[in-house]
Design a protein around this ligand. Structure first.
Ligand code: G1P
Length: 297
């Protein structure tokens, strides 16, 4: 039987410079869509996919992120007194049991491949998931769960995949597809942020991965890749060169690039419109605002 995927790595060591000055004192993963921090969406998705061990790769200045997952006895007591059971339940979701969560530090910002490699001792010899919290995916069945189910048949390595406009493709890891089986794609190669003329396709890697521990061994042999960083894409591509199976998975769902201001705003609007208590007011506001903007043009 294939070994279950029960560990996930969350690389959260980035500086979040695109959201300065907000991220001067708050980790970007605590920035919230409506009232839930980006990291909460990532944790919920992982839990629903069967993840039991949550490994954070952090760096200096991420203390608020670690505190976020602690119990908050005073706050809980006060909510209990006021019989605010809904809020208590919300709060419970953000609390992790002792031993469920582990933190490793990335000492220097050497790239995504290096960040994931920092967790190698905690992963040991098991398959594992990687979730990039910047990529928020709204889906009926959470994206990682879709992938875990597909992985039960395929094994090997698997990356989430999505067609992106050609004009934006160079901002992603791109897939060279050997066989397109619908949701599942057999991959021939992958390349991180190539120049447009070298792009193998406009099928981009999105921030969900299921990987074998061999990928971590590959990282230790890698040279710096795109942007002068140690790239996860290169470590996975090495698996293909070594003759192992690597798959892309075209997930069902809407992905928001919450690493960009525009994507973050779109996600905020979409998630707010999904809340019955916010929907009507927000719709009225948007209709009026758009009309005023158009009239002013
Ligand atoms: C990372 C990965 C890239 C992937 C992207 C998805 O890049 O390196 O392969 O396509 O996430 O969001 P980043 O956006 O961190 O530069």
């Amino acid at each position: 039987m294939r070994r279950k995927v029960t560990k996930a790595i969350f690389p959260v060591a980035g500086l979040g410079t695109r959201f300065l000055p907000a991220t001067k004192s708050i980790p970007k993963e605590i920035l919230s869509l409506v009232d839930r921090p980006l990291i909460q969406y990532a944790i919920d998705e992982a839990r629903e996919a069967g993840i039991k061990e949550f490994i954070f790769v952090t760096s200096r200045g991420k203390g608020a992120l670690e505190d976020y997952f602690d119990g908050a006895p005073q706050l809980e007591q006060s909510l209990r007194k006021k019989k605010k059971t809904d809020l208590l339940a919300e709060l419970k979701q953000s609390t992790m049991d002792s031993g469920e969560i582990a933190y490793v530090r990335q000492r220097e910002a050497l790239g995504l491949g290096h960040a994931v490699w920092c967790a190698r001792r905690l992963i040991a010899n098991e398959p594992f998931a990687v979730i990039l919290p910047d990529d928020v995916i709204a889906a009926e069945k959470p994206c990682l769960k879709q992938m875990v189910e597909a992985y039960e048949d395929t094994g090997g390595c698997m990356v989430a995949a999505m067609e992106v406009p050609e004009s934006k493709a160079s901002a992603y890891g791109l897939l060279d597809v050997a066989e397109d089986m619908g949701s599942l794609l057999k991959i021939n190669g992958m390349v991180e942020k190539p120049e447009p003329e070298d792009a193998p396709s406009n099928l981009a890697v999105i921030g969900r991965y299921i990987l074998t521990p061999d990928v971590l061994r590959n990282v230790s042999t890698l040279k710096k890749g795109a942007g002068g960083e140690i790239q996860l894409t290169d470590a996975i591509a090495m698996e293909i060169e070594n003759g192992s199976d690597v798959y892309g998975y075209r997930f069902d769902g809407q992905r928001y690039d919450c690493g960009s201001k525009s994507g973050f705003l779109q996600a905020t609007i979409a998630f707010a419109l999904d809340r019955p208590e916010l929907r009507d007011d927000l719709m009225d506001f948007m209709i009026d605002t758009v009309a005023m903007q158009k009239a002013a043009q």
